[in-house]
Write a protein that binds this ligand. Structure first.
Ligand SMILES: Cc1cc2nc3c(=O)[nH]c(=O)nc-3n(C[C@H](O)[C@H](O)[C@H](O)COP(=O)(O)OP(=O)(O)OC[C@H]3O[C@@H](n4cnc5c(N)ncnc54)[C@H](O)[C@@H]3O)c2cc1C
Length: 454
């Protein structure tokens, strides 16, 4: 793959290229008029707002987002490991405002697809010609018996776009005495960012190794296999032997959690294993963000979409992006959501400018840092085929790779982060991205991160 930098990211993600490939010349696109409302200012929604307003300044684009600061989930694992400052994850919407996007900090509470309106918690009503929903995920707390939203304050999942959960996870980790057991419960498929929990396991293990070397990380996984498994298992053995205990389910042992005793600090699995812990993180099953259900675009837990456009299959004039969708085979990632946003924006611009467009193309890559300068990746291109997204050109890191390749992967990942956040927020990062600091991770990671918003 070509070297990835902030400047090359847009093209590689299919961004500006897709708009051009839509068959619309810049003049035709700029003529597009109408009202687009976007709910959710994350990887999908912010990218859509930026793309639409940049390409068609006459469009009336409103972005409704609950939080005034977006704290990226992507790279939050690196902050746990001490390779990134927490502040470097925070981004605001000033760049989009400067471009002319109407940014409304409020929560969308209902959608009327007949009147084509969105109502917010503050009682404001917004009309739309086209509506884009990119609300991310909500948690199915009851998928782990004993777990709840309330319990997640002390046993955090830290898996949504809220800085709060990540602070709680860091506090649980830093509050644990050396010699303690930290337990991690992994989610079952499908879930946000397939390699994310395993990168987090590596970063927690790295924290323990460097700060609390007598401690252990016990992982309970209901699955029998997971993303980039060979290289993660290699890393657990190479870097974190004696710290990580990995319990992956098999035909004989099922490590799905059947009971969480919060007071007694104990987890029980289906196969009868009991784990006493001092601190823990539980990532439960997930579903589309609530507004998708209120808009009626869901089918079960997720939202079916037309893979050519990401238009909702169930309701006209609504598009759904990112983690809320069923975009099989495309994984739920920020890279995917960003790529999908450009396709949906291209479709809206083509409709509003009354022009033809070329077929959609998508791309995804997920990088995972496992130890200082040891970063792995997995990815593919996707194109619509038979009502699905057909992968091609897939690649995945292999066991025993040269250290130079892994270090280069890390440089790519940093370039990607700078590129995608600029592409989402039409902005330079709110704070300069922290450089990797493998020699002194402790300094980069305060026990309780300060100044985290929302
Ligand atoms: C630990 C971790 C590591 C990850 N690492 C990577 C990685 O390395 N690479 C990668 O590509 N992806 C990664 N991801 C996944 C990535 O964060 C998500 O896939 C991506 O953010 C999905 O984009 P989205 O637009 O669907 O949702 P989000 O980015 O979550 O955005 C949704 C937004 O909608 C807002 N919202 C929800 N409902 C409403 C409402 N009713 N009204 C107003 N606003 C609302 C929320 O506040 C939120 O800001 C990681 C995730 C986690 C948890």
């Amino acid at each position: 793959m070509a070297k990835l930098t902030r400047r090359t990211f847009g093209k590689l993600a299919g961004g500006a290229g897709l708009i051009t490939a839509s068959g619309l010349n810049t003049f035709a696109i700029a003529q597009a008029v109408g009202k687009v409302v976007i709910v959710g200012g994350g990887a999908g929604g912010a990218t859509a707002a930026h793309t639409l307003k940049r390409e068609a300044p006459a469009l009336d684009v409103t972005l409704i987002e609950t939080r005034s600061t977006y704290a990226t989930s992507f790279f939050s694992n690196l902050a746990i490991g001490g390779f990134r400052t927490w502040d470097s994850l925070n981004h605001n919407y000033d760049g989009l405002r400067r471009l002319g996007v109407k940014v409304v900090i409020d929560t969308a509470t209902s959608v009327d697809p007949i009147k084509r309106t969105v109502t917010t918690g503050a009682g404001r009503i917004f009309n739309y010609d086209k509506l884009i929903l990119s609300p991310g995920i909500d948690m199915k707390y009851d998928s782990v018996p004993g777990y709840s939203r309330e319990v997640s304050n002390t046993i955090p999942h830290a898996y949504q776009t809220s800085a709060m959960g990540k602070q709680q996870l860091m506090s649980a980790l830093s509050g644990m005495a050396d010699g303690g057991t930290f337990a991690m419960v992994m989610p079952n498929n499908p879930y946000r960012c397939p390699p994310g929990p395993y990168e987090r396991a590596c970063m927690i293990a790295h924290y323990l190794k460097t700060k609390k070397p007598k401690s252990r990380l016990v992982i309970l996984d209901p699955k029998k296999a997971f993303s980039k498994q060979p290289v993660f298992m290699e890393a657990f053995d190479k870097y974190y032997k004696g710290i990580v205990e990995m319990n992956l389910s098999t035909d004989i042992d099922d490590f799905s959690v059947t009971a969480l005793d919060v007071k007694g600090k104990e987890l029980t699995t289906k196969s009868g294993k009991k784990v006493k812990f001092n601190a823990a993180s539980i990532i439960p099953q997930q579903k589309a963000g609530e507004i998708a259900f209120k808009a009626g675009v869901n089918e079960g837990d997720w939202c079916p979409v037309n893979p050519e456009t990401f238009a909702a299959k169930k309701v006209e004039n609504i598009y759904v992006l990112g983690d809320a969708t069923i975009a099989a085979e495309m994984p739920k990632s920020a890279f995917s959501a960003n790529s999908q946003a450009k396709v949906a924006a291209g479709d809206i611009l083509a409709i509003m400018a009354k022009k033809e467009k070329f077929p959609a193309r998508f791309r995804n890559t997920c990088w995972s840092l496992m130890a200082p300068d040891d970063c792995v990746k997995v990815g593919a291109n996707y194109a619509p085929k038979d009502g699905k997204l057909d992968p091609s050109g897939g690649f995945v890191s292999q066991k025993g790779e040269d250290a130079g390749i892994r270090k280069q992967n890390y440089a790519e990942a940093i370039g990607w982060y700078e590129g995608i956040t600029a592409d989402m927020f039409a902005n330079k990062p709110a704070t300069a991205p922290a450089k990797a600091a493998p020699a002194a991770p402790a300094k980069a990671a305060p026990a309780v991160p300060a100044k985290k918003a929302g």
